[in-house]
Design a protein around this ligand. Structure first.
Ligand code: AMP
Ligand code: ZN
Length: 139
């Protein structure tokens, strides 16, 4: 299933060009045209799904199954020191293209990509309370 209004579906349909690096029946990986670093790759499912929580387990497994090889190839090709695998899920999390995608972003010491990591602390009992709420939602 594709969405004619979706830019990544247009890439899947061949309606707009992309520089592809890996194709499978379930997924496509291609070069990000606005790279945060040289070699920045996007991995997308071949069906239109907006956010990862809406994916089937099988669809997510197919996509994640490609990550080790893809990350290894990006690292080997760029010689980067590390990689961030980033999945922006929802507009509040900086998702601009509403078709699930994983960013594979090459990283090197002192590079230009920064993100704020404001690690907090839980008040007494809150961590257990939240874990229980999440467990309930998993059922
Ligand atoms: P996000 O903010 O997580 O939704 O990221 C969307 C990403 O898609 C950005 O990094 C864009 O540079 C990239 N992007 C948008 N349009 C295209 C396109 N036509 N080909 C390749 N990458 C694209
Ligand atoms: Zn789409």
């Amino acid at each position: 299933m594709t969405d004619p209004a979706c830019i990544f579906c247009k890439i899947l349909e061949g309606d707009i060009p992309a520089v592809k690096v890996l194709e499978s029946p379930d997924c496509l990986a291609f070069m990000d045209i606005g790279p945060l670093a040289e070699g920045h790759v996007l991995l997308i499912p071949a069906s239109h799904v907006e956010t990862i929580d809406k994916m089937s387990a099988a669809g997510a497994a197919a996509m994640l199954g490609l990550l080790p090889r893809l990350v290894g190839a990006v690292q080997a090709a760029t010689g980067c020191a590390g990689v961030n695998v980033l999945q922006n899920n929802g507009p509040a999390a900086h998702q601009e293209v509403m078709h699930v995608h994983f960013h594979i972003i090459p990283r090197n010491p002192g590079d230009a990509f920064h993100f704020n990591w404001p690690a907090g602390k839980y008040p007494n009992g809150r961590i257990e309370e939240l874990a229980e709420a999440i467990r309930q939602e998993l059922d």
